[in-house]
Design a binder for this molecule. Structure first.
Ligand SMILES: Nc1ncnc2c1ncn2[C@@H]1O[C@H](COP(=O)(O)OP(=O)(O)O)[C@@H](O)[C@H]1O
Ligand SMILES: [Mg+2]
Length: 361
């Protein structure tokens, strides 16, 4: 079976690493000359709106998926004429726009921060008056890793901020005084069968994920699965979806969804019976889903800007290096380390060792 992937970054690369043992082949469509997934399959170097090249991709693969949600809706609509595309255009349309996303949570009875659509500075001023400060202003589309958003704490922060974010459609959200952030990685097959990985605790630094730790018997697991199930059923979703939640007042507020494999699920490569990457491929290919059970205690640490010396990373016991083969650049995700240990005490000690390597930059 040959899979076409829109986007050729590290997520595409890791999909191919998981699918190759299943006998799958891959083709990636990505305009970047140095797309890091290209090492694992054919690279069609073209813009996402280039219909000739999209057709060339569609003609040689059995189905198409994508590794980022900002894919233009027209791209998905065009490809869908020739080849099955999973997840659906509808799921993508909602997940790529924070207004649609939060409106869906509200419609499905899933708690989410107070929010308002912002089309002008006047809208922003009015929304701040009703939602209050602190609040977070985010562009409705194209934001990632904390980019395209600003925390507003004082009246001075509000002034001129609509223009600062580019005078594009935005969403204002009430700031959530969360006690923690967790994410749930779910997978749903073509037949509707759904499985969930254990909840993951996430720590961010300047809006970018730094550390994920898989939990055991998290008290909010059932609630997170209930909220997520509503979305998956509503969208008749096929593939892996990630749900980001704020932990607040002993409950959960939904932050956002990602219609794809997710950074906070990278630990599953060594830490679960079947990884999020393999399960996404199984789901979209109509194959039986794999077990989402955790194997030991697991964590993932991102390498941002640079990967510490390889020999030092892999010298740490229980440490598995994932190097994306990308050029090092400040603020860029260039690799991660997965730790899988027998118990939490060992895991915490090994996390500190990897953190020390990162800090030695
Ligand atoms: N409403 C909010 N209240 C408090 N913190 C927030 C809020 N929205 C975002 N954040 C913080 O910023 C991070 C990134 O925001 P998010 O909406 O997830 O955007 P991205 O698409 O960049 O991941 C979150 O993980 C959280 O730490
Ligand atoms: Mg996020």
């Amino acid at each position: 079976m040959k899979i076409g992937v829109i986007g050729g970054g590290q997520l595409g690369r890791m999909l191919a690493l998981a699918g190759t043992p299943l006998g799958m082949n891959f083709a990636f469509l990505d305009p970047a000359p140095d797309a890091c997934a290209a090492a694992l399959g054919e690279h069609i170097r073209a813009d996402y709106g280039d219909q000739d090249h999209l057709r060339q991709l569609a003609d040689q693969v059995d189905l198409v998926t994508f590794e980022f949600e900002s894919v233009p809706a027209e791209t998905v609509a065009f490809l869908s004429q020739f080849v099955p595309v999973y997840p659906s255009a509808d799921a993508l349309r909602i997940a790529r726009d924070r207004w649609f996303e939060k409106s869906m949570f509200k419609d499905l009875g899933i708690p989410t921060p107070a929010f308002a659509d912002i089309q002008s500075q006047a809208d922003l001023d009015a929304a701040v008056a009703s939602i209050g400060l602190p609040a977070v202003l985010k562009t409705r589309t194209l934001g990632y890793d904390g980019k395209g958003q600003k925390v507003l704490r004082t009246a001075a922060d509000v002034e001129g901020t609509f223009a600062e974010l580019g005078s594009v459609a935005c969403l204002l959200e009430g700031f959530v005084p969360f006690t923690g952030e967790v994410s749930l990685i779910a997978v749903r097959g073509r037949d509707g069968e759904t499985r969930f990985y254990p909840l993951v605790h996430n720590t961010h630094d300047s809006g970018i994920l730094k550390l994920s730790v898989a939990s055991t018997d998290h008290p909010l697991q059932a609630l997170a699965e209930d909220y997520s199930s509503r979305v998956l059923k509503h969208l008749d979703y096929v593939g892996v979806m990630a749900f980001e939640f704020f932990e607040v007042d002993g409950g959960l507020k939904a932050n956002e969804i990602a219609p794809r494999v997710h950074n906070s699920g990278h630990w599953t490569t060594e830490g679960a019976e079947c990884s999020q990457f393999e399960n996404h491929l199984r789901a979209i290919a109509g194959l039986p889903l794999g077990s989402t059970a955790k194997v030991g205690e697991s964590a993932m640490l991102n390498f941002i800007g640079r990967v510490p010396p390889v020999e030092q990373v892999i010298a740490i016991a229980d440490c598995h290096l994932h190097h994306y083969g990308k050029a090092f650049k400040a603020g860029r995700k260039v690799g991660h380390a997965n730790l899988r240990c027998a118990d939490m005490a060992t895991l915490n000690a090994q996390i500190q060792r990897v953190e020390a390597l990162i800090d030695e930059a």
